[in-house]
Design a binder for this molecule. Sequence first.
Ligand SMILES: [Zn+2]
Length: 294
Amino acid sequence: MPELPEVETIRRGLEPVLVGERIERVEQRRADLRFPFPENFGKRLTGRAIVSVQRRAKYLLAHLDDGTVLIIHLGMSGRISIIGHGRERGQLGAFTHNQGDRGAHDHVVLRLGSGTEIVYNDPRRFGLMDLTTRAALDAHPLLAELGIEPLGPDLTAEHLARHAVGRRSDLKSFLLDQRIIAGLGNIYVCEVLFRTRLKPARAAACLATPTGKPNARTAAIIPHIRDVLNEAIEAGGSTLRDYAQTDGSLGYFQHRFHVYGREGEPCLTPACRGKVRRTIQGGRSTFFCSVCQR
Ligand SMILES: [Zn+2]
């Protein structure tokens, strides 16, 4: 499942291809993904120019010249391919592949004025596309309840402490709560807690003083959240280039994690003799070292 770094990597891949281009033709090959497509989906996009490509949590937002915003979520298995883009190799989006090679799961094709085609492929169809306006964007049902962006200026020790004070839930579910921080997924929460040396099952209230002020732990966790995500975006960027040149797809990437997926392997903290353990919290795997995470 694509997490925030994958979505940001895809955004960075799409931006130079889309911005300034006009959508010449829209092929919508089915009535729904996870939800039905909005009415007149193709008609509302056709002829419009793309002004910017943003990301909010795990949503891609394409802003159009008439104030329309195209919202895209990749769900579990969504991928976006750029086909027939005529730039030289070595840049994001700089690749071509067989135009006749259309997959059964290519659900939407946007043809741009440049001749480039943007293809949305999603075998499991948990993804979605919707249209709104710039003015209504923040109130959109998918976005209205989202917490702050972990890579933006709103991620502060004060924000975390304010939400953590008196909270009975554990640290893992606190950090996964999309109403507090938007877009921090399971893998990255495990990595953040490992770096902060905090046990995932510990009470979230440990991130605040009794009066809701930040403490040393709150201050320590903030840079780890940013670093874990930024490192993954950087790794994704380089992996994506290699991947894109062979396949034409912007999609998942493999990234080396410290604890995630390393059950039974030695802890990577220097001088720690622990092994990475796996437990289930809230139905999802948690990886941690019970020796150095307290
Ligand atoms: Zn350890």
